[in-house]
Design a protein around this ligand. Structure first.
Ligand code: ACO
Length: 334
């Protein structure tokens, strides 16, 4: 018996609090003009002190389950992609499993930085298509504000908080996960990292004094790799299933920087500008959640027809990257 993994429901959660570029002007030496010109970001959402990746993930998960018409008891597996888990252990996936009452589900976290949503989708696809599980709940949830140094203007203007979720199933109608292409290059690990907090540099008075519990990024280097890797991942992914650029209805790139998105768009000459979906202006870079939040928003705004292809791509710390092609199948897209 063969199974085809489909996204049968999506959801997202963005915290209420908005941090604008004007607010940041009061916090560090920056300007709305610099941030908009260099990144395209106008504002981002910041979680409350009592909101965490687990609680934001629960909200996104409930919305995705409702959209998919699936009860928590029907979920077989929960995968959570995050680089800002509530705790190093237990996993955020276990906290969410309990909070939503998914009593039958196995649960674990995975960490692929900003590519986490695509890495999780790929695992969900494999579990569903081998017949191991029927319903997999994928969640990406990030509280980047907890590891952002609001004294460092080169990073603090970029990041925001938020969560996304989707239900992947062998049953029902939705977006068939046609292909996924993943990649990694650990040689570049030091260009984008949080140096302390793990077992190599456990928290200490020294690591705190040296501000090693924050995101460190060589922005320029990351920029170049991001464009190159996302472009080739997209092209390889399309190639694998015999599609060309003209077959793509929508491109959702990782929402890190409008200039990165534009650079990728320039390499897809046949894709009209309005078919490249962007949320970075409103939410900044929400890491693993970014592509999932944008996908949920696109599905709620656009009326997809049957047979449309959505191309997702992401790039992040590690380095990690990936691309996926989703195709709308079934009568709900008539
Ligand atoms: N406001 C004002 N000036 C600033 C700011 C700021 N917020 N930040 C930096 N500057 C200054 C710098 O100090 C520098 O000044 P100098 O020329 O006097 O030295 C100047 O602006 C230019 O700095 P650059 O770093 O060269 O600026 P750049 O155009 O590269 O933009 C940015 C920086 C926005 C970080 C860009 O490099 C970028 O987006 N990189 C990629 C980020 C990314 O994609 N991350 C993805 C993964 S994230 C993850 O995995 C968690």
């Amino acid at each position: 018996m063969s199974f085809i993994a489909k996204i049968i429901g999506t959801g997202a959660y963005l915290p209420e609090r908005v941090l604008t570029n004007r607010d940041l002007e009061q916090m560090v030496e920056t300007s709305n003009e610099w941030i908009v010109t260099r990144t395209g970001i106008e504002e981002r959402r910041i979680a409350r002190a009592d909101e965490y990746p687990s609680t934001m993930g629960v909200e996104a998960a409930k919305r995705a389950l409702a959209d998919a018409n699936i009860a928590p008891e029907q979920v077989d597996l929960i995968l959570v992609a995050t680089l800002t888990p509530d705790y190093i252990f237990p996993s955020t996936a276990c906290l969410i499993q309990h909070a939503i009452g998914a009593k039958r589900a196995a649960a674990f976290d995975l960490q692929a930085a900003c590519s986490g949503y695509l890495y999780a989708l790929s695992m969900a696809k494999a579990f569903v298509e081998t017949g191991a599980y029927c319903n997999v709940l994928v969640i990406a949830s990030e509280k980047l504000s907890s590891i952002t140094n609001y004294k460092d203007r080169s990073t603090c203007v970029l990041f925001g908080d938020g969560a996304a979720a989707c239900v992947i199933s062998a049953q029902g109608e939705g977006l068939a996960i046609e292909a996924i292409q993943l990649g990694a290059d650990g040689e570049q690990a030091n260009l984008l990292m949080m140096p302390a907090g793990g077992s190599r540099n456990p928290p200490s008075v020294e690591t705190l004094a040296q501000e090693l519990h924050f995101i460190k990024m060589a922005g320029n280097e990351v920029f170049k790799h991001a464009v190159r890797r996302m472009e080739s991942a997209c092209k390889d992914c399309l190639d694998r299933i015999g599609l060309v650029e003209e077959d793509v209805s929508w491109l959702i790139p990782h929402q890190a920087n409008l200039r990165i998105i534009d650079a990728i768009a320039n390499r897809f000459k046949h894709l009209p500008e309005e078919r490249i979906f962007k949320t970075v202006q409103k939410y900044g870079n929400t890491s693993a959640s970014s592509v999932g939040i944008a996908l949920d928003e696109l599905l709620k705004k656009a009326r997809l027809k049957a047979g449309e292809n959505i191309l997702l791509t992401a790039f992040g710390g590690g380095f990690t990257w990936g691309a996926a092609v989703l195709r709308s199948v079934g009568e709900r897209y008539a």
